[in-house]
Design a protein around this ligand. Structure first.
Ligand SMILES: Nc1ncnc2c1ncn2[C@@H]1O[C@H](COP(=O)(O)OP(=O)(O)OP(=O)(O)O)[C@@H](O)[C@H]1O
Ligand SMILES: [Mg+2]
Length: 436
């Protein structure tokens, strides 16, 4: 079901139906009179920059081509995934924490967006006050980068979350575990990804080994209940400054060892729950004044769903949208931050499955040598991120479309296993399907 239709009136559609000429407002923060200086010569498109040069920026650059947007990238290294796919005059090399490098990058942009959350929000806010446009806004990035803050805001807005508490000292973790039961889940409030920054803590003794060292290293922490979850799902919504919101179907995300392995669209949650999750995500987008795309990760336990975390950027759970949706999340994010009409979110096939390709130990052949075996699997779409393989590192993903979830999953998995070098590494890749 195209959820944007279910979520009330689409202002663009209704304007068009009424025969009015569309007059689309500029996003807040745009300088007056802008437009002569463009993303693509003569296009009138604002110059969009993205902070971070990882795979999300790389896939955004791909979407930008079709939209006529010449994406500018600020990457930390010249061999980052997105740095190798944009022309030299659209690439800046620098760390987002280096304010002078950041200022140089911003000077070439009309609007700046993000590939990751590792930015100093205080600096962004100061630069925003000087007239630089960031979308999502710095306040939204502050929420996206801090799990503790997310829990506070989401709870205040009435969204269900696992019980959790900030950990400022060991006693906080022990008191929480004693009250809510062990094991507990200890998390870095900032900077974690792919399960790095998530620890299962069995008891107070285990907490006393872990917590002091993490606090001494300056890691901000929270502790939460271990949720007896049945499965994990994700919602994806986009909102543009003039208020239009669209939502994608709910998808299932299969994680192993804290890393997302597979995404299955659509998720087979009951229709009532799906409507509730999409409704909550839509509500959240409005409450936080989101501009851009946002993924919400949910734990489903019985009839209950709890928010795990949000990401106010394109997200792994949305990679399936490149071929599996009418509008990819990358194009949708650009449309949203440019305040252009948002695209249809319906699936392009009854079932779409994406499998991540992770680096495996013991594999030495280059990825390119494994490509023919992956591409020999019928109807799969391969995306490589241009990264040097390392065990556990996300190197790319494979998407397959079809009608039967087992058949589509098997095809995507087969191609992903070929790319990961399953045979060379000596493991049976298909096993992932059974134990995902
Ligand atoms: N409270 C919990 N109860 C049960 N499992 C949990 C809990 N918190 C996290 N997990 C598991 O660990 C995974 C990673 O947790 P989380 O999403 O918080 O970390 P992350 O490193 O930020 O992840 P991401 O890869 O999405 O950035 C979850 O997807 C889930 O499988
Ligand atoms: Mg997560």
């Amino acid at each position: 079901m195209p959820h944007d239709q279910a979520l009330g009136e689409n202002p663009v559609a209704s304007l068009a139906a009424g025969g009015c000429r569309l007059r689309l407002p500029r996003p807040e923060g745009y300088a007056a009179g802008m437009g002569g200086d463009v993303g693509t010569a003569g296009s009138g498109v604002p110059r969009v920059g993205i902070i971070g040069g990882g795979q999300l920026a790389r896939m955004t650059a791909q979407a930008a081509i079709g939209l006529g947007v010449g994406l500018r990238v600020m990457a930390e290294r010249p061999d980052d995934g997105a740095a190798t796919v944009v022309p030299a005059d659209r690439l800046d090399i620098g760390a987002p924490g280096d304010e002078s490098a950041l200022r140089r990058f911003l000077a070439g942009n009309d609007v700046t967006t993000f590939d990751h959350e590792l930015v100093d929000v205080a600096v962004l806010s100061r630069l925003a006050a000087e007239g630089h446009a960031f979308l999502p806004r710095p306040a939204t990035m502050a929420l996206g980068q801090d799990k503790r803050r997310q829990r506070e805001v989401l709870s205040r807005l009435g969204l269900p979350c696992p019980p959790s508490a900030p950990v400022e000292r060991l006693a906080d973790a022990v008191a929480f575990g004693d009250r809510h039961g062990w094991p507990g889940i200890l998390k870095a409030s900032r900077g974690g990804y792919d399960g790095r920054g998530v620890w299962v803590v069995d008891d107070a003794a285990a907490a006393s080994v872990l917590v002091p060292d993490l606090l001494a290293a300056g890691v901000p922490l929270l502790i939460e209940e271990l949720v007896a979850l049945d499965r994990e799902v994700a919602t994806l919504v986009a909102r543009r400054p003039s208020g239009q919101v669209v939502a994608y179907p709910v998808v299932e995300t299969v994680q192993r060892e804290g890393i997302c392995r597979r995404i299955i669209a659509p998720e087979r949650v009951d229709a009532g729950l799906a409507v509730r999750l999409v409704g909550w995500s839509h509500h959240l987008a409005e409450e936080i004044d989101l501009v851009g795309i946002m993924a919400v990760e949910w734990f489903v336990a019985g009839d209950e769903a709890l928010v795990n975390e949000i990401a106010v950027r394109t997200h792994n759970s949305g990679h399936y949208t490149i071929e599996g949706s009418v509008t990819s999340q990358f194009a949708q994010h650009l449309r949203a931050i440019l305040d252009w009409p948002l695209g249809e979110t319906a699936l392009t096939a009854p079932v779409v499955v994406t499998v991540n390709v992770l680096g495996a130990a013991g594999v030495t052949t280059p990825l390119a040598a494994r490509m023919p075996a992956a591409l020999a699997v019928p109807g799969v779409h391969v995306h490589l991120y241009g990264k040097t393989p390392r065990p556990g590192r996300k190197l790319g993903h494979v998407t397959a479309l079809g009608t039967d979830v087992d058949e589509v999953s098997a095809r995507a998995q087969m191609a992903a296993d070929a790319l990961a070098g399953a045979c060379e590494a000596g493991w049976n890749g298909q096993d992932g399907i059974e134990h995902g």
